[in-house]
Design a protein around this ligand. Structure first.
Ligand SMILES: Nc1ncnc2c1ncn2[C@@H]1O[C@H](COP(=O)(O)OP(=O)(O)OP(=O)(O)O)[C@@H](O)[C@H]1O
Ligand SMILES: [Mg+2]
Length: 245
């Protein structure tokens, strides 16, 4: 009918949006079909071996997003929720010996809580969600690293995430010996950092195989490059995606 304005989901407003419009979003995935078919928000993950520079680049990226005024949720795995934080303490405790299956299930428990309580709600509000490690770490560490069956990992991970996959995964790749040496500068190694070099080499290969299988989702970065150069590469990959957030 002439003169009628279609109801519009505010999370679909063009980028850059202000905090005000973002907060005015209905707060759930669009319920005004068929006007809007957007998957709201933008989900970015950082992956890679120990000491690759994930947290360093995550901080740089989120600082730039904040400068743009982009509503952003920053989180990490394991962790990001009160339950996840407790699970993280257990998983990283160097004094504990944890078998591969319970280790995987603990990561999955943390992930399920994080996706349901933090990541999905933030995406539904139209925010950029940046997560330090996510499901690819499970496939690399518990799959390639610990040799748990991939089908089992994928099935439980799907249950934990409801199939939620990142729009873009930034994989910082480097020789594990170099990454462990970097991480060692921080002090006492955690439970994962204590694992032998052969384990970390399998993890690295696992990450690279995942990237090869899904080249559209992954950006593989040479983590031996200087921090500043890596930050520019990451920014160049992220900015074209912002208008979908
Ligand atoms: N491009 C880089 N070149 C050299 N050193 C770097 C680079 N990026 C980060 N570092 C340094 O390497 C160390 C590990 O970086 P960071 O904590 O960001 O890695 P990480 O991947 O988050 O590690 P973890 O897997 O333990 O969480 C830090 O001391 C950091 O300053
Ligand atoms: Mg880190």
């Amino acid at each position: 009918m002439p003169g009628t304005t279609k109801p519009r989901c505010l999370a679909c407003a063009p980028w850059p949006r202000t905090w005000k419009t973002a907060l005015a979003c209905p707060g759930s995935f669009c319920t005004i079909p068929p006007a809007c078919k957007h998957v709201h928000g933008l989900f970015l993950t950082f992956e890679g071996p120990e000491g690759a520079g994930k947290s360093t680049q995550l901080s740089r990226l989120t600082a730039r997003l904040a400068q743009l005024g982009a509503p952003c949720t920053v989180t990490r795995e394991p962790g990001g929720t009160p339950l996840g934080t407790r699970v993280r303490e257990v998983l990283l405790d160097p004094a504990l010996s944890i078998d591969p299956l319970p280790e995987f299930l603990l990561y999955s428990a943390s992930r399920a809580q994080l996706v349901a309580n933090v990541i999905r709600p933030a995406l539904a509000r139209g925010e950029v969600v940046v997560c330090d490690r996510y499901a690819d770490s499970t496939l690399a560490y518990q799959g390639a690293g610990r040799a748990l069956p991939e089908a089992l990992l994928r099935q439980i991970t799907h249950a934990a995430t409801g199939g939620l996959s990142p729009h873009l995964t930034l994989l910082l790749d480097l020789d594990p010996a170099l990454g462990l040496a970097r991480a060692a500068r921080r002090g006492q190694p955690d439970r994962l950092e204590q694992a032998d070099l052969a384990f970390h080499a399998r993890v690295r290969a696992g990450f690279l195989a995942l990237a090869e299988a899904e080249p559209a989702r992954f950006l593989v970065l040479d983590a031996t490059h200087p921090e500043e150069a890596l930050a520019e590469e990451i920014w160049a990959a992220v900015t074209p995606l912002l208008d979908r957030a």
